[in-house]
Design a protein around this ligand. Structure first.
Ligand code: ADP
Length: 226
């Protein structure tokens, strides 16, 4: 489903973020990308979202080479990928319902679709009772649940989460990971970048370990070893 083919990324300041990365992700996999800060995890994700271009190599989403798409075609792939961020990135002036609804509006959904789907997704993430709370009235864990609801509401094939637990305490972190696991069980491919050892060791799923822009380990039921 996703294929990184010998990908190199050097930033303009000459920082080498990826140094010949080849790996693929199958439909419905739950893959954790691990590695120290600076190992290249975020860069891998940005390349998939076409937020950055590779210096060499290709990134494919199915048969599409992500970096040959025109500006007009990009929204199609971005819509197939839901994104979750460490810092939540919610709109402060919108409540939980509106934050999720906004993602549907941006994707051109109708009001009927929005009214049907937003409550359903908020209930999936356990926030049905907080739909009208604004971000400042929500805990970190709840904010991230809104972030996940927003990421899945347009039914993407893939959810990409970059350090989604980085601002959470261990209990909330674990709840968020379980939620990502549930989304995966419902049929969505999940790519999780993290450096949280406890989480990785507990998940027992595929772990791809990066070091200095290279994959140094790729294990089906991996542990966090650095
Ligand atoms: P990680 O997500 O594992 O922390 P990153 O992909 O963010 O790693 O970074 C990999 C390397 O690329 C680091 O050396 C980092 O400093 C560098 N880097 C990342 N983004 C940029 C950027 N926009 N400009 C210059 N260097 C960058």
């Amino acid at each position: 489903m996703i294929y990184y083919d010998n990908v190199f990324k050097k930033y303009p300041n000459n920082a080498v973020a990826l140094d010949g990365v080849t790996f693929s992700v199958e439909p419905n996999e739950f893959v954790s990308l691990v590695g120290k800060s600076g190992a290249g995890k975020s860069t891998l994700i940005k390349l998939l979202l076409a937020e950055e271009k590779p210096s060499a190599g290709h990134v494919y989403l199915e048969s599409l080479d992500v970096h040959t798409l025109s500006r007009d075609e990009l929204p199609f792939i971005r819509r197939r990928i839901g994104t979750v961020f460490q810092d939540f990135r919610l709109l402060a002036s919108k409540n939980a319902y509106e934050n999720v609804a906004f993602a549907m509006e941006a994707a051109g959904r109708t009001n009927e679709e929005i009214e049907a789907d937003v409550p359903q997704v908020l209930s999936l993430v356990g926030l049905q009772d907080k739909a009208h709370h604004f971000p400042h009235q929500l805990s970190g864990g709840e904010k991230q649940r809104v972030g996940i609801a927003r990421a899945i509401v347009n039914r993407p094939d893939i959810v990409v989460a970059d350090e989604p637990t980085g601002n959470l305490d261990p209990q909330n972190a674990w709840d968020i990971i379980k939620l990502l696991g549930k989304i995966n069980e419902l049929g969505t491919t999940v790519m999780l970048a993290t450096h949280d050892k406890m989480i990785i060791d507990a998940i027992g799923r595929r772990v791809v370990t990066l070091e200095n822009g290279k994959i140094i380990r790729d294990e089906k039921r991996g542990k966090y070893v650095l």
